[in-house]
Design a protein around this ligand. Structure first.
Ligand code: SAM
Length: 318
């Protein structure tokens, strides 16, 4: 299943209650890959609603987790909710692409494991004020960190039609990206592009309304703009680059991705056999039981690898 469809299902979930519960994906598999030990130090690079952090802390009662999120509101709310863990949980507001600097500033030495569960949470998607959903009217913002950076509207204004089409094609895999970009730029030029519903209208003008039971026509464009606004692929690239610097020898990096471009980046990084010993050839996907309970898990792919310490691995030494 394609990630944007999952975003759509997240939105469906979101309509059930005002603040939807974010259900952690591939929780058991990710915690097993990290293998937390009492006394170990771990980073959850995408704290969100804290589902994975909580599972790490519960799996190894003496372990400490440093939880990072670029969304300050989410970070503070979840830290408050998990306050029972006391000093075993430390939180840092920032981007995981800056993980090396963030840990250095926090005077944290090498860590035993890092995990990241990419994308946005159900709460962020459901909050109309964030402008990430085409289902509710809100400002065309889409930033995960509302304290800095360009909003989606500012990004659209700064790109010409062709550049915008490239963004929509690359990150949204939208075949009709040229037509979509033309209608969006027309709406912007006419002063008819301020909110998420304005953007959706412009997309519908380009590609037509949704077919009954089909995916919303705006799904791919919204996903593309959100990825671009938040520089999500650059962030992942920086995390993959910095992880060996901050991991202790034999430390583990586990990443859950929802987009084929992200999974390809992780796969390529782990192919560097001088640096990484990948745990699995193929990514771990959710079981039928998990996808049944949590449709969002359908497009999740988890890859994990151990940092080679430069010493011979047991299999090579024998
Ligand atoms: C899918 S949610 C994580 C959910 C979490 N694993 C849980 O079980 O509740 C992703 C979270 O990562 C944050 N995030 C995404 N990209 C980030 C980045 N580059 N740096 C820091 N946080 C990021 C988002 O703000 C969001 O809260």
């Amino acid at each position: 299943m394609w990630a944007a469809e999952v975003e759509e299902e997240r939105a469906d979930d979101a309509q059930v209650s005002d603040v939807p519960e974010h259900v952690p994906v591939l929780k058991r598999e990710t915690i097993e890959a990290i293998g937390p030990q009492s006394g170990g130090l771990y980073v959850d690079a995408t704290f969100g609603a804290g589902g994975h952090t909580q599972a790490l802390l519960e799996a190894a009662p003496g372990a400490t987790v440093i939880a990072i999120d670029r969304d300050r509101d989410v970070l503070l709310r979840t830290a408050e909710r998990l306050s029972q863990f006391g000093e075993r949980l430390r939180v840092i507001h920032g981007k995981f692409g800056d993980i090396a600097q963030l840990l250095q500033q926090a005077a944290v030495g090498k860590v035993d494991g890092i995990m990241a569960d990419l994308g946005i949470s159900s709460m962020q998607l459901a909050d109309a004020d964030r402008g990430m959903s085409f289902r509710a009217d809100g400002p065309l913002d889409m930033r995960m960190d509302r304290t800095r950076g360009e909003t989606a509207l500012e990004l659209i204004e700064s790109l010409d039609q062709e550049e915008l089409a490239d963004v929509i094609f690359r990150y949204g895999e939208e075949r009709r990206s040229r037509r979509v970009a033309r209608c969006i730029k027309q709406a912007q030029g006419d002063g008819r592009l301020q909110t998420t519903l304005d953007l959706r209208k412009a997309v519908v003008r380009a590609v037509g309304p949704a077919r009954v039971g089909g995916v919303d026509p705006a799904t791919r464009t919204f996903q593309a703009l959100r990825i671009a606004v938040n520089g999500e692929l650059d962030e992942l690239g920086q995390l993959l680059e910095s992880a060996p610097e901050v991991l202790a020898p034999a430390g583990v990096l586990a990443i859950i991705s929802f987009h084929s471009l992200e999974d390809r980046m992780v796969k390529r990084a782990f192919q560097d056999r001088e640096r990484w010993e990948a745990f699995f050839k193929k990514p771990v996907c959710a079981s039928p039981a998990e996808t049944h309970l949590n449709p969002r898990s359908r497009s999740a792919k988890m890859r994990a690898a151990r940092l080679r310490s430069g010493d011979l691995l047991p299999a090579e030494a024998s």
